[in-house]
Write a protein that binds this ligand. Structure first.
Ligand SMILES: [Zn+2]
Length: 417
């Protein structure tokens, strides 16, 4: 055995191992990596291991877990800019560069795979390609292009009447237009279709969580996604729009504020996955929004705190009803939702009464299944890609240690980042 990593084949000997196949922690195991993939998991006493001329990374104080997956981010923004105006007025090249910087932050935070849940001018598609070819270093990506929205809806990001913005959006107002916009996203390289079933939580002039795309419009778009062997995700909060999205056959409900018992049961029975994104309202409540006016800021925070209470009820309802819960931070999706802080979502899920092992499974195996990449990543298993995270300490005892990047060593496809 050698002590330094000098070639493509090496072994990691962690103090603890969480493979993501079940809730258990294993000890005295070595994970052997060969050419980007996991070759084997053996006992540390294994004769072959000591006899082989193999590089070894010894980490007795650390836990080895699968690389984390974030099922809901927006790479084009880091939550620092006023959402509506900034991206619409920014140069496409600038958005692409920001996308790269933000995605790299996600990777540094231990997220080796991210799902970009709607972008601008296809910078997500371009970023994915540049990372896949190895031109840029970043996490693996699943991208959606533009999210489909009704005119003036949550994804109609020009949003301002008479705005001097000529952005090519996926706005649709009939089932035929929804079908066409879904086909356009797929043509441009989308891996899944994002739908805006409802408005946002704060309403912005309309009723918070009011339904936007109709069930028939969503059905047409979802049919196109499924025909192409891809999935569809719906931004949905508020009863009617969420129900319509589930009935239309969407694969995941994002956010899900104001979920009802009926919807939770429908989701469980249909296998619709819930991506709660607990981070945004927590950040809104604690950090506030973009407002300079102190009074407005205070009102925003207290409104967020109120909606958060309802959201936590939705989360617990889904948990108790047995809905599959995936993990997404919505980094970049709102004010002060910064990339690189994604792991707070795991802590918030834990604080909302989800068992730590379930939370870890949610951010690994369950997310991989939602994204349809479970044969490649999400578990530490023979034949899987070596996307791994070495964590100082044991995240099953204290999940918040994942928020400290200094305690993490990220390995993407067998390469230490
Ligand atoms: Zn989002």
């Amino acid at each position: 055995m050698k002590d330094i990593l000098t070639n493509d084949t090496f072994a990691i000997l962690p103090g603890k191992l969480f493979t993501g196949s079940d809730k258990k922690i294993k000890t005295d195991k070595a994970v052997i990596i060969e050419e980007k993939k996991i070759k084997d998991i053996v006992d540390t006493e294994d004769k072959d291991l000591s006899s082989k001329d193999i590089d070894v990374l010894k980490a007795p104080q650390k836990t080895l877990i699968p690389g984390l997956i974030d099922a809901h981010v927006h790479t084009y923004s880091n939550g620092e800019e006023k959402r509506g105006e900034y991206p619409a007025k920014a140069l496409t090249g600038y958005l692409a560069l920001r996308s790269f910087v933000n995605a790299r932050e996600d990777l540094r935070a231990g997220f080796t795979f991210i799902r970009d849940c709607s972008s601008r001018r296809y910078v997500d598609v371009a970023l994915k390609k540049a990372i896949e070819t190895g031109e840029l270093q970043g996490p693996k990506l699943m991208v959606s292009g533009h999210g489909l929205s009704m005119t003036g809806g949550h994804g109609d990001v020009s949003q301002f009447p008479n705005a001097d913005i000529n952005e090519d959006l996926a706005v649709c107002d009939t089932p035929g237009e929804a079908r066409k916009q879904a086909r356009r996203q797929l043509k441009m390289g989308a891996d899944f279709i994002k739908l805006h079933a409802t408005g946002g939580s704060f309403g912005n002039g309309a009723k918070p969580g009011a339904q936007q795309l109709t069930q028939k419009e969503m059905e047409a778009a979802i049919e196109e996604a499924h025909k192409a062997g891809k999935k569809a995700a719906a931004h949905a909060m508020g009863t009617e729009g969420m129900k319509a999205a589930v009935k239309a056959g969407v694969d995941s409900i994002e956010h899900g504020f104001w979920m009802t018992e009926e919807i939770a049961e429908m989701m469980r029975d249909k296998g619709t996955v819930f991506v709660p994104t607990l981070t945004p309202l927590y950040r809104n409540k604690t950090r506030g929004g973009y407002y300079d006016d102190e009074k407005v800021q205070k009102e925003f925070k207290s409104k967020a705190a109120e909606i958060r209470e309802a959201h936590l009820k939705s989360f617990n309802l889904a948990l108790n009803k047995g809905v599959t819960i995936a993990c997404g931070s919505d980094s970049g999706g709102g004010p002060l939702l910064r990339h690189g802080e994604n792991a707070i979502e795991l802590k918030l899920m834990s604080e909302a009464d989800m068992d730590n092992s379930e939370v870890l499974l949610s951010a690994t195996k369950v997310n991989a299944e939602l994204l349809g990449i479970e044969s490649k990543v999400g578990q530490i298993k023979e034949g899987m890609l070596a996307d791994l995270l070495l964590v100082e300490g044991n995240p099953l005892d204290d999940i918040s240690i994942l928020q400290d990047c200094d305690r993490l060593q990220v390995i993407k496809e067998g390469t230490l980042i």
